[in-house]
Design a protein. Structure first.
Length: 187
């Protein structure tokens, strides 16, 4: 194992070590590898989290909605979906000022706001549940959903699914469209 003093002193490593090996031995490279491992772990955790939101029982769902979800979840969700935070808040009918204030104060969202955020998480979980992870290991359900909800659909009269995400009934209808797409009843 290379110590910090060895990487700081180039004379210690000059003999036969390649440039790539030197880079890999630096603390920064080690940090990068750890960050990549952490991101991969987070992706797996997020995958499980979204599926668990989708499969969550009625009583647990209501309890979570009433308790509220942390306001920073909106930013986390926008990052996972690779969707601008403002676009996500607009589609969920969330006030930017309110969400930003609650994030700064580390507050929970209201039950109404929480329900819309949880609905989006459940839709990501629904898409993940539809796709077999073994057959499509690189499929990113969150990014796919972000792209899909932004496109106009004939089944919605040319409207985008995102325009229905601000209500629970709208989210249920979008979930039904995903079910129909999976079964082949809707293309």
């Amino acid at each position: 194992m290379t110590t910090r003093s060895q990487t700081a002193n180039p004379a210690v490593k000059r003999s036969t070590t390649s440039t790539a090996a030197k880079r890999a031995a630096t603390p920064a490279a080690g940090k990068t590898v750890r960050n990549l491992a952490r991101l991969n772990h987070m992706k797996n955790v997020e995958t499980g989290q979204f599926i668990s939101w989708y499969k969550m029982g009625f009583v647990d769902r209501i309890r979570t909605i009433r308790s509220g979800v942390p306001a920073q979840r909106v930013g986390e969700l926008s990052s996972v979906m690779d969707m601008p935070k403002e676009a996500l808040m607009d589609s969920l009918g969330l006030s930017r000022a309110t969400v930003n204030r609650k994030v700064q104060r580390k507050e929970m969202l209201s039950p109404e706001e929480s329900e819309r955020v949880m609905g989006m998480q459940a839709l990501i979980g629904q898409v993940q549940a539809m796709i077999d992870a073994d057959s499509a290991p690189d499929f990113d359900a969150a990014k796919w959903l972000a792209s899909w909800i932004a496109a106009p659909l004939p089944a919605l009269g040319g409207a985008t699914p995102a325009s229905f995400m601000d209500t629970v009934e709208g989210q249920k209808h979008i979930g039904n469209l995903l079910d129909m797409a999976q079964s082949g009843a809707y293309a």
